[in-house]
Ligand binder design. Structure first.
Ligand SMILES: [Zn+2]
Length: 58
């Protein structure tokens, strides 16, 4: 699954200098609720994960 709409804003950059860096998922793992997305910000190096619920219409 390619999911560019699962892009997230890097909290590391927000904390650093209030820059809103939109980061696409580096990796996505489907689960029973939707998917887990892993992020790596290439600007500040912040790494995080986010869970997304699948839309019913998808
Ligand atoms: Zn960042």
């Amino acid at each position: 699954m390619t999911a560019p709409h699962y892009s997230d804003v890097c909290e590391g950059c927000l904390a650093l200098d209030r820059t809103r860096t939109v980061v696409p998922p580096a990796n996505t793992t489907p689960n029973q609720h939707g998917l887990i997305a892993d992020y790596l910000c290439h600007r500040c190096g912040h790494i995080w994960t986010c869970g997304w619920a699948e839309e019913a219409a998808a």
